[in-house]
Design a protein. Structure first.
Length: 409
């Protein structure tokens, strides 16, 4: 009898060890699959900036069609993210309920449609008990919600911070991160706690991107007392955060306002150029069905997007700050460098730049080889000389000159 008990105990111990090993292996695989996502900053579209709560399956399908038809998909945009207000309640078993009037075919059918276009679907939820628009949040339902998203075929989750009821931010985001890692589907995790708890210090490995400010407004420079911020305010906040960005973990400068009408053309060019210099996620926030040629030309500028998507994954650095005039540099793969001259002033900047100032880069993490580079203007799409001679240009008020330096062959 003693022998039997011993044998059973040994078997039980072995099974537990096997289970642990199996679970350990699975967990490792899930973790590494998660960590391989978003190796370059995510690109896509999000409903919030333009449509607020006015979301529906019709809208998302039309955006998917427009993303293909306008060349946005071809330029690299991939995710269609439905922000707040798609959810209306939970059923008796706690399953999140989609607004059936606005999404009559359900999320699974919508994900299938989006996937059939070669695109991906994102949804929004919140670490609190309620979303910012008072819809049900995921607090207490994280694992159930993550499994539901996976069953629908969701590829991206933006996770907000309203009604957080004093939770510890890192722990709250880690819970949802664990749930996503175990849900059986690769889902990009976008942390949206507005930079309140310095997510750049703990977000790597938990999420793939983290907001660093309150909500963007469609303006060049503007601070609202309730927290809204403009383009330059975000750029200034991003400036010091470059050490925290890299493949799979990005500082999120907020969704784009390009095409929404609140800024001039030059300001939108600056907005887009700087997001690319900053290796920020590129989530368009306008009506893709209704874009002017100017807006399409900005959002689909492949040379500028290539700077954003560069595989080295470095965030650009403000290495010269001359008040209203700034020079930003972003090291690229294969020894190339993107440079952006940013004119914050209300008057044009008559640039006459001597490239010998390059030596300064050594001081700021950028190794600048001591030889001549070809200089290519990424908005005019043409080569404009080499670093052997001064760069002369007139940069419009609130505008930029963005160039790519390639070692001269
Ligand atoms: C917060 C977020 C926004 C948006 C809204 C939706 O304000 O920061 O980006 O998601 O909630 O309610």
């Amino acid at each position: 009898m003693k022998k039997l008990i011993l044998t059973l105990a040994l078997c039980a111990a072995a099974t537990a060890a096997d289970a642990q090993m199996y679970f350990g292996d699975q967990k490792e695989a899930a973790d590494s699959a998660f960590l391989m996502l978003a190796q370059t900053p995510p690109m896509g579209w999000n409903s919030w900036n333009k449509f607020g709560c006015d979301v529906s399956e019709k809208l998302v399908k039309e955006m998917a069609d427009a993303m293909v038809a306008t060349g946005m998909k071809d330029a690299g945009y991939e995710y269609l993210v439905i922000d707040d207000c798609w959810q209306v309640g939970r059923d008796a078993e706690g399953y999140i309920q989609v607004d059936a009037e606005r999404f009559p075919s359900g999320m699974k059918a919508l994900a299938d449609y989006v996937h059939s276009k070669g695109l991906k679907l994102g949804v929004y939820s919140c670490a609190g008990s309620e979303t910012c628009q008072g819809r049900p949040g995921s607090r207490g339902y994280q694992f159930q919600d993550a499994r539901t998203y996976a069953n629908w075929g969701v590829d991206y989750l933006k996770y907000d911070w309203c009604s957080n009821e004093g939770q510890n931010a890192e722990a709250a985001y880690k819970t949802m991160s664990d749930a996503l890692k175990q849900c059986g589907r690769p889902i990009v995790f976008s942390i949206c706690e507005w930079g309140e708890n310095e997510p750049w210090k703990w977000g790597k490995g938990i999420g793939h991107l983290w907001r660093i400010t309150p909500d963007i407004r469609d303006c060049y420079q503007c601070l609202f007392d309730w927290g809204g911020v403009g383009v330059l305010d975000i750029v200034d906040k991003m400036a010091d955060l470059y050490p925290y960005a890299g493949p799979g973990h990005w500082n999120d400068a907020e969704m784009l306002e390009v095409g929404n009408g609140g800024m001039t053309h030059d300001e939108y060019v600056t907005h887009f150029s700087m997001w690319c210099m900053l290796a920020a996620p590129l989530m368009s926030g306008n009506d893709l069905r209704n874009m002017s040629k100017e807006t399409i030309d900005i959002l689909t500028n492949k040379e500028v997007i290539a700077v954003n998507q560069d595989k080295l994954g470095k965030q650009g650095i403000r290495f010269m700050d001359m008040g209203d005039h700034e020079i930003w540099a972003k090291p690229l793969a294969d020894g190339e460098i993107a440079i952006c001259f940013l004119n914050r002033a209300d008057t044009p900047w008559k640039l006459d730049y001597d490239w010998k100032h390059q030596t300064m880069y050594f001081a700021r993490d950028i190794s600048f080889r001591k030889h001549v580079y070809d200089v290519r203007d990424l908005w005019q799409h043409k080569n404009i000389g080499t670093t052997d001679s001064n760069l002369k240009a007139e940069i419009p008020a609130h505008g930029v000159l963005m160039v790519r330096l390639s070692p001269k062959k």
